[in-house]
Design a protein around this ligand. Structure first.
Ligand code: ADP
Ligand code: MG
Length: 680
């Protein structure tokens, strides 16, 4: 259907300005608009009576105006409009601020629908800024009304109107996107009915069926995509057969012995490396479980088999950290490694590239710079990415493009429940380091509210006096580096004034790389006592003398992220603490805080996260860096996920290129959706 591909400006009511606003929401075409799904709904299908109203409630009423709209100008730029309305149980006032449109809208004696918040003051009942609508056959109020995620300069009413214009235009003529046999077998709603009902549900039942249909389709496509990726690796790519290499040499220079979990995971990795298939393995392990050493040993095997290896980290701070750890080990056994990050000078970089090309460098460590086109290896055999939680399907396919037939190992610290991992990382084999090195102490965790700030300050000062260091982490307030920088700087001023005798510094995204590195170095060398930052330090800083982690506005973080942050302390022999400062009365927040106080086990926390997450909390997928879904929620739609996984396997078994009959529908959508060069 061609309308769908039309630019959004094609719609009535969308001029250049509105186009800009819609583009900001990621809406460029008519299709984007109708697949811009509501984040929530308001049930306006039940009407209340005036004599039932309670202060603070959001309600829907059928009311009749009994006065004209009056305007009183309070001051320049502020006018209040009032309208007296009644039903058969009483009379109330509606109030609007600066809404001149209400003036000509109402006719005395006719019935309208109002929707808004009730305010009761001194016995006077008012509706404040209610939405209003004439009662007629076509209107939507009195039904279930969609609430969309918005941005500046657009409101719900406008967006609802544009979507309904688009739906009218489409007029139920969208082509079906799922094969007829699947729709029949699983009793799914057709695409047109589903799209209509996801925006403007005729009833709760219609909404449920519409949502199931759309979630089903989204998850089925994802599964088909993941499974075909895996097929691509397995069959087409002949991998390198690495030698059986004794690891005695490298293990003898470590100052500890490997945990059983590390040994087991290494065996799994080795068996992949020795086989003639390309390794595509995910190594999952909690913060501090010792993934870096495992990576170092795997790369040692590659080097001793005559190949080079590379390890990539998401930030230069983390890359530098890996470099330092790995260089120390390799220097004892004659392996050469180099660091390549954003701040590496052009001259240094040229030198590194030269030595890489002639094979003088065994292992390259860096940010994504290491797989840029101009970095050429003599014979790259193993690529390791430490993705933490910036892990995405697209990156995965890109990475396997770049590294030709090299083996790939991905490390992630995000603990997710195993059932979920199996489904989501369907294209990868999974190894889990489920054991921490011995002697780790529990990090004592306390959740506190604002009123304890003074005690907290004293606690920080006491720690510093004892020769320890502390982190203070603030959440990203907005997706704006400027605002973020400002809030971190303000925090620094506050703490510099209150933490008497402590050297306080801060770190944020707006700083130059050079300054970031300097501050990090000073913190590592103990020249800074308290380091304030946004979540930059989340990704893997290792300062064993830092024993206190303070997290500001902890309610804004998910459990997985809180757990990551906490993992920055407890790295040395000394007792470590984590203080979660939060401001919220929400029950879920309290439960999150208390889960953090009770356990240090990332997998237990991830299960708890699943349990606490309500529908509509899409935060989770972002945290795990999983693909963004338009409608599915991996946590609450687990049942559907399980069903579609079986279907996807079945489909690919019968038709692994997706070219028979209606399977073509999937192939087309996969190409559009995932923008990959998938050769299905
Ligand atoms: P991760 O990358 O999984 O967060 P790291 O590899 O950075 O963990 O290891 C965390 C710390 O634990 C490092 O200081 C490392 O030297 C140490 N470590 C790793 N494995 C062991 C082990 N088997 N026994 C003792 N300490 C270990
Ligand atoms: Mg690490």
């Amino acid at each position: 259907m061609d309308i769908l591909r039309n630019d959004i400006q094609y719609l009535k009511g969308v001029g250049p300005n509105r186009k800009i606003v819609l583009n900001k929401l990621g809406i460029n075409t008519v299709y984007d608009l109708i697949t811009y799904f509501p984040r929530d709904y308001e049930d306006r299908s039940k009407f209340k009576k005036i004599n039932e109203l309670i202060d603070g409630e959001v309600v829907c009423l059928k009311l009749i105006p009994i006065s004209n709209v009056t305007e009183s100008r309070i001051r320049r730029g502020l006018s209040i409009f009032k309208l007296m309305v009644k039903d058969d149980t009483g009379t109330i006032m509606c109030t609007w601020f600066n809404n001149k449109y209400v003036k000509g809208y109402f006719n005395k004696g006719e019935e309208y629908i109002f929707f808004g918040k009730v305010s009761v003051k001194y016995g006077k009942v008012e509706l404040v800024q209610p939405e209003y609508e004439k009662i007629d056959q076509n209107n939507r109020t009195g039904k279930i009304v969609p609430i969309y995620p918005l941005t500046e300069n657009i409101n719900q009413t406008t967006l609802r109107k544009e979507i309904s214009i688009a739906l009218k235009l489409i007029d139920n003529k969208m082509e079906e996107t799922l094969p007829a046999n699947i729709i029949a077998k699983y009793n799914l709603m057709g695409i047109n009915e589903a799209i209509n009902n996801i925006h403007f549900p005729l009833s709760k039942e219609h909404f449920k069926k519409a949502r199931v249909r759309l979630v089903f389709e989204e998850l089925l496509l994802m599964q088909l995509m993941l499974l075909s990726l895996k097929k691509g690796y397995d069959e087409d790519k002949k991998g390198i057969e690495f030698n059986k290499v004794s690891t005695d040499e490298i293990i003898s220079v470590l100052s500890f012995s490997l945990t059983n979990a590390q040994k087991r995971v290494l065996e799994e990795i080795f068996s992949d490396m020795e086989s003639n298939k390309c390794m595509n393995r995910l190594m999952q392990g909690d913060v501090g479980s010792g993934k870096t050493i495992v990576a170092a040993i795997a790369m040692y095997k590659a080097v001793r088999s005559g190949y080079q290896a590379a390890i990539m980290a998401p930030t230069s701070i983390l890359a530098t950290q890996h470099y330092e750890t790995i260089r120390e080990i390799y220097s004892k056994i004659g392996l050469t490694c180099e660091l390549l990050v954003g701040s590496t000078t052009k001259k240094q970089k040229e030198k590194i590239c030269e030595r890489l090309a002639n094979g003088e460098i065994d292992v390259l460590i860096g940010t994504h710079a290491v797989i840029e086109d101009n970095v050429i290896f003599k014979n790259l055999g193993l690529v390791i990415t430490d993705e933490q939680h910036r892990f995405g399907v697209r990156q995965r396919s890109r990475l396997s493009d770049k590294s030709k037939n090299a083996d790939i190992l991905i490390m992630t610290a995000t603990p997710i429940p195993r059932t979920l991992a199996l489904i989501l990382y369907g294209d990868l084999d999974i190894s889990i380091i489920d054991e921490l090195p011995p002697g780790r102490q529990k990090i004592d965790t306390f959740a506190i509210q604002k009123d304890k700030q003074e005690r907290l300050n004293n606690f920080i000062i006491k720690n510093v006096k004892d020769g320890k260091q502390a982190y203070i982490v603030c959440p990203l307030v907005e997706e704006s580096e400027n605002i973020e920088a400002k809030s971190v700087e303000e925090m620094k001023e506050y703490y510099q004034a209150h933490l008497i005798g402590c050297r306080v510094e801060c770190l944020h995204g707006k700083m130059k790389n050079k300054d970031k590195t300097r501050i990090m170095d000073e913190f590592k060398n103990g020249e800074i006592d308290v380091l304030i930052s946004t979540t930059v330090i989340e990704v893997g800083v290792n300062v064993p003398n830092a024993t206190l982690m303070v997290i500001e506005n902890a309610e804004r973080f998910g459990l997985a992220q809180l757990h990551q942050l906490r993992g920055r302390v407890g790295r040395g022999r000394d007792k470590s603490y984590c203080i979660l400062k939060y401001e919220s009365h929400s029950n879920v927040v309290k439960q999150r805080m208390s889960a953090m106080e009770k356990t240090n086990d990332g997998f237990v926390l991830s299960e708890k996260d699943l349990e606490l997450r309500g529908p509509g909390d899409f935060f989770g997928t972002k945290q795990h860096g999983l693909p963004d879904f338009k409608i599915a929620n991996l946590f609450t739609d687990m049942d559907i996920l399980k069903i579609v996984q079986v279907i996807a396997i079945d489909i690919l078994n019968q038709d692994n290129n997706l070219e028979k009959g209606e399977n073509i529908l999937f192939k087309q959508q996969l190409k559009q959706k995932y923008e990959t060069k998938l050769e299905l």
